[in-house]
Ligand binder design. Sequence first.
Ligand code: ZN
Length: 135
Amino acid sequence: MRLLIFLWALPTTLVGVMAAIPWVLSGAKTRIAHGVLEVHGGKIALWFMRRGFAAIALGHVIMGFSASRLEQLRPHEHVHVRQAERWGILFIPAYLLAGLWQKLQGRHMYYDNPFELEAFAMDAKVAETNTRKQV
Ligand SMILES: [Zn+2]
């Protein structure tokens, strides 16, 4: 079953691989963690970070500023991995159309995008769990 899910998400993952190539050529490092290829660091990551970017998940590829930042963002980004597994080849167009729809409704393309809202819910769950651990 995991193989079928992986294959269903493969078109999005291939977009991620294509996007990761310039990152790696700019000095990024790679690792396999929790079933995905993580790409972090390098000059392109710095360029994105300066523009407020922290990480992006494209199928089974996650790119981010640093290894430690990727660990912090892993629950959020893995929500997007699961979304890519659900939506398959439709993930990227669905994500973009959902953002565009929000914009046309006068809302924010990113913060009101239902794909992001699902990931933000995970962020809230993680924050709540961490708060409980500290008490
Ligand atoms: Zn997100």
